[in-house]
Ligand binder design. Structure first.
Ligand code: AMP
Ligand code: GLY
Length: 424
């Protein structure tokens, strides 16, 4: 089978490595992939948003199955375009990807179907938003409606900050057209959990839970990033909470999307906050999380491609989805200065026996050498019986990888370790 994976980050590298385990796979193409992914797939220089050329490539090369991983092409209708050419795909169509593409849509969906989330108001007029905020509880959370590279959420701790956020999103268009509408929502507190799930529109199968570390610095300080590391499973996500989430959030969401005529097939990501009043949805993503995928898929015991095809064919209910009873930790090695400015082009040295633990996010090949080419350069994942061992192992592997200006957090998993101790 010839497989095509759209995307080019650490998440896509993890998906590709897992798909490769299926014996029927003869070739994997990554569009565009990256210098590290090139060790596991044939990289084709077509951007992930270039739907016309992606579709043409798939047709010309007789692709048997396509996986569309990033949010942009999903929201833009990449799956619709490929399906129109008869190519089976993993990923939601545009009418379902809107669950991530528009926060206004997802908030209204949750309100309509009674799915627990933060209370909110929607505005498409700056003056009305500014007048509302005068009497709103502070801190407050201000979100641009559309995709904003994961940066469209501002937590305002003072009235002044809230006003600045409204003006920068709606008036100065900090996130472009994504800020035509905004959501102003209740500030919630509690541990966050990421739950990725497979769904074919009828059945929803949650994967093992995980915890992201979004801030750049140790102890959750510094700027928000795309994610500096992950662990799985998330110790805050107990069996009882999982059951409650299934009943009150996961199944109701799948049903709601069906009722709206927007059946969701693919990976639906639930970003949850475990508040003192119960679990709340913070966000939906229409795709695998990054870097959650880099800890979730290494723990998947069942065959990924078989599951993906079952999602496409609507046979997920009769397909085995089994996870190892183990723990995983992924430490992201970034370029010093990320997420603001950083230098690129430094040679990356990875010992041969460490390669299998590495998921490359931002690197390219330069005359045969792998060199840094992005803010997040690579993720290093270790799997072990205990969380402590998984953390220790991944940091040992990190110490074996070298590139100039490498930066990583030293405390990935520390909060989870504390929670795990409190549970016992
Ligand atoms: P999002 O891009 O929606 O995932 O939001 C980014 C981060 O902002 C989340 O991971 C939370 O840490 C935080 N956040 C979003 N919404 C809220 C909220 N209503 N209350 C508190 N924190 C929030
Ligand atoms: N790690 C968060 C995300 O993928 O959106």
């Amino acid at each position: 089978m010839k497989i095509m994976v759209v995307g080019g980050g650490g998440r896509e590298h993890a998906i590709i490595k897992k798909i490769k385990e299926n014996k029927s796979v003869t070739e994997i193409f990554a569009l565009p992939g990256n210098g590290g992914i090139a060790a596991d797939a044939t990289c084709i220089n077509i951007g992930a948003k270039d739907i016309e050329n992606i579709t043409q490539f798939a047709v010309t090369n007789k692709i048997d199955y396509a996986v569309v991983a990033p949010d942009d092409p999903l929201v833009l209708g990449c799956v619709d375009a490929l399906e129109a050419k008869g190519i089976p795909c993993f990923g939601p169509r545009a009418n379902a990807a809107i669950i991530e593409g528009s926060k206004v849509f997802s908030k209204d969906l949750m309100k309509k179907y009674g799915i627990p989330t933060a209370a909110y108001e929607i505005f498409d007029n700056v003056e009305e938003a500014l007048s509302y905020i005068e009497t709103a509880p502070i801190p407050t959370v201000i979100k641009a409606d559309g995709l904003a590279l994961g940066k469209g959420v501002i937590i305002a701790n003072t009235l002044e900050e809230a006003k600045e956020a409204i003006l920068s999103i709606m008036k100065d268009k900090q996130f472009g057209e994504s800020g035509n509408k905004i959501v102003i929502e209740e500030f919630l507190t509690g541990p966050e959990v990421s739950v990725l799930s497979f769904t074919d529109g009828n059945t929803v199968v949650p994967m093992i839970s995980s915890m992201d570390h979004k801030r750049a610095g140790d102890n959750d300080t510094g700027l928000n990033t795309g994610g500096m590391g992950t662990i799985a499973p998330n110790p805050y996500y107990t069996d009882n909470i999982a059951k409650e989430c299934m009943e009150k959030i996961f199944i109701p969401t799948i049903n709601a999307m069906n009722k709206e005529g927007r059946t969701f097939k693919g990976c639906l990501y639930f970003g949850l906050m475990l508040t003192p009043n119960g679990p709340r949805v913070i966000e939906y993503n229409c795709r695998f999380g990054d870097p959650e995928t880099q800890v979730v898929l290494p723990l998947l015991e069942s065959d990924l491609l078989t599951i993906m095809k079952a999602v496409t064919n609507g046979t997920l209910a009769s397909t085995e989805v089994k996870f190892k009873d183990e723990n995983a930790c992924c430490v992201i090695m970034a370029s010093k200065g990320y997420p603001t400015s950083y230098e690129k082009g430094f040679k990356i040295d990875i010992p041969e026996d460490v390669l299998e633990n590495v998921y490359v996010a931002g690197a390219k090949l330069n005359e045969g050498d792998l060199v840094t080419d992005g803010g997040r350069v690579l993720g290093v994942t270790a799997v072990s019986k205990s969380l402590t061992e998984a953390i220790d192992k991944s940091y040992k592997l990190v110490n074996e990888i070298h590139f100039d200006n490498a930066y990583y957090r030293n405390d990935i998993g520390a909060r989870a370790m504390k929670a795990a101790k409190e549970n016992n």
